[in-house]
Structures are given as structure tokens and as C-alpha cells.
Design a protein around this ligand. Sequence first.
Ligand code: ATP
Ligand code: MG
Length: 421
Amino acid sequence: MSSSAASSDREKVVSKLPGWLRQNLKIRAAQYGIDIQSAVEEGIRDWCNLASVVSTVDTAGSDSFATFLPDGQWEEFRQITSDRKVSLIQGLAQSVQLWLDTNPTPEVQRPAITRRIVVCNQKGGVGKTAITAGLGEALAESADSLHSVRVAKALTKAIRASDMHVVDTDSDEDPLEIEHLPGPGLRVLLVDFDPQCHLTNQLGAAPLSMNGDSLTNHMAGDPKGELRDLILSVEDDVFHDRLHLLPACNDAFLLDVRLSAVRAREAALERALAPLEADYDVIIVDCPPSLGLSMDAAAYYGRRRDNEKPGQSGVLVVVQAEDSSADAYELLTTQIDDLRADLQVDIGYLGIVVNLYDSRRGYIATSSLQGWVDIKDPRVVGLIGDLKEQKEAVRMKKPLLSYAPKSQQAVGMRAMAREVM
Ligand SMILES: Nc1ncnc2c1ncn2[C@@H]1O[C@H](COP(=O)(O)OP(=O)(O)OP(=O)(O)O)[C@@H](O)[C@H]1O
Ligand SMILES: [Mg+2]
């Protein structure tokens, strides 16, 4: 145990703490968004002010722990440990435990109205399904552990360049550090709204049988049971039963035909999913690559409801940094504008996600990314690279964020989820 003078008004203190206590401290400080040194300072201050000794903390296996405390605090603390006849390590462990006890794990912030996120683009293969899954996984990750998050460097550069009206996606300055943050811990339902059943297959589930019940039946007003009974949990330690999937069925190929006979058909998805909303904080709909009645029903489901704040629910558009994506985007936004006008509803955008990005493709990629950033409303909320982990996770039928939790794609998905939240 030693202390040495450091810059400004804090001094570096080196002592010991057991690993489990260090880990709890790190997570809890991140949950409250404060520095570890401030938490330790508060804990020591409160411990010094206690009227009587608290229970002993098991300090077996302690090892090195360094932090910065206000000048003089360590000396005063050392004196009090000596008066109380406890070792410095025990006193420090009790102080940290005291801080943890007075700052319990915060409650997860749940939205008052279940948020509905409609992931769409009628252009095929842009990554709607990958983004739906990655977003849902990122939102469901545990709030009791830390996960790596980083905004893609190319995105911040493109945004900065757009503010300065200069295209500069090549310079390498100012890399953003990876942050380690608690997960949002939200209860998420992924809805596979695509007859191709890609999301269902990707997460290792089986498409629903054509003879049984399905979302299509519920939307067509012909249910064969409770929709809730079709839902599966995506099993994984980091999701702890918070990530659920409503699998698709090939019968969704007939959805547009069946919807044409349904009253107020744009509300059909809402009518089907409404009974499930109480169980979830977020419902994410993975749309098929088409524009039609089913897309109308999905966009309508994402409209802003009475008393819902803007930016909570809406459409998330997945695009690629290439020219053909821009035409597809125009078509999609025209359909959504028409729907807004025809039905007099407020359908908002939650952002644009540029997926499968590879700056090595040169000017087409970098200038297209700049083009998406320049739209500004909606703004680019995510930039996900074209990397092998996504394809591997699909092949392994595992969630990307548990298959490769530290991959660039995973840290990008978490950054995107935080932008959308
Ligand atoms: N960021 C990425 N890096 C590498 N591969 C990716 C990435 N995103 C998606 N892919 C792969 O690209 C293919 C198409 O992705 P995905 O199925 O998510 O697109 P989609 O828009 O949902 O397609 P569809 O229009 O058919 O529904 C898949 O094989 C997927 O694994
Ligand atoms: Mg898809």
C-alpha cells in the first residue's frame, strides 16, 4: 500500500481489493455513469463517518488496485483504519462495499408505451434481418455486465466532414476509444415478418408449420390459438429470457392476398401484436424486401401513438453505401409519405443504418456514405462493416452478439442501438 503525489488535487493510491469487488465496483460505477475514483472517494468518506464498524468483507485473493483520491483523504483514512484496528485492505473493501450498498443496481428504464421499430427496405439483401437481430440483441443485453461499444470511426469522420462540408473519410486521426457499458436490459420481441423466414432460421428456430397457427392467420382475422403461444425465447446467458422471437411461416407469401379482404387492413399487424405489447419494452419487425399491403401494415404499426414522444417508434431504414440503394430509398420514402398523407398518421424515421460498409471499395463507398450522412433527416444512426463474423453467426445459427461479442460488428450494433434508444 502506498500513495504518491499526482497532478492537480488528487493523489494516486495503490492498494488491494478482491477481484469480485473490483468487478462489482466497475459495473455499478458504469451503471451510474460515474468514475470509479469518485465512487471510491464517496465510499471512503461515508466509511470514515460511520459511527460503528461494519461487517467484515472477505478479502481473500485480493490483488492490486489503484485509484486517485482527493489530497489528504488517504492519510485520514489510514488513521481511521488504525483507530478501528482493521487493515487498510479491509477498510478499503468495507468502503467499496458500503458504496455498493448505498447505490444499488438501478432499475431498467422501461418505456411507457412499447416501442415499435420497423426495419425495412424493399431492396433485397441489404441486411435488414442482420440489423433486426443485432439491434434486438444489443437492446436485450444484460444491465448487470459490461459490453464493448464503439461508434464506427468512418461514421464520425463522415459526420464531421459533412458539418465542415468537406469529404474526408480517409484520414486516420482521432480514433474513438471502446467504451465498456452496461446493457440496456430491455425485454425485446423480434417479429419475423418475412415469408423467407431468414430471421427465424438465423436464430436457430424452425419456421412455423403451414398447417398450424401463424401471424398471417392472426392478421387475416383467422387465428387458430393465441399468438403468444408461438413465441420462442432466444436462449443465451447475456439475454436471460429477455430476447424473444415470433417465428415466420411460409404462409406469409399469401399475406397481401389475404389482407385484401380484411377491413382496415393497414391496422392488421397492430391488431395482431397489440395483445403481446404488455410483455415487451421493444418490438422489432423484420420486413420482407417488398412494398405492398404488408409493408403498409408494418409502417402503420410503427406510427407515433397518442401521448408517445417522437423518436420512440418508427421506421429504421437499412441501406448500403452504393448508388442503387439511393433509388430504393426514394421509393420507400415515397410509399411512407403516401401512407402518412392517406391515413393522416405520423410515421417517423428512427434513422438510416448503412450496412455492409467497406471503405476499401473506394470512392463509391466513401462518397455514398457521405451522401447518406448529408440527408441529415433522417440521420445515419449506424455504420456496420462488411465483416466475416455476421456470416459466421448466421452459419452457426447463433446471435451475433453472443457468437462474437467483441467483434467490430457487435460493438457497432451496440452503438447503433444506443443511437436508436
Ligand atoms: N454487416 C455484414 N457483414 C457481412 N455480412 C452481412 C452483413 N450484413 C448482412 N450480411 C449478410 O448478407 C446477407 C444478406 O443479409 P440479410 O439477410 O440481413 O439482408 P436482408 O435485407 O434482410 O435480405 P432480404 O431482403 O432477403 O430480407 C446475409 O447472408 C447476411 O449474413
Ligand atoms: Mg431479411
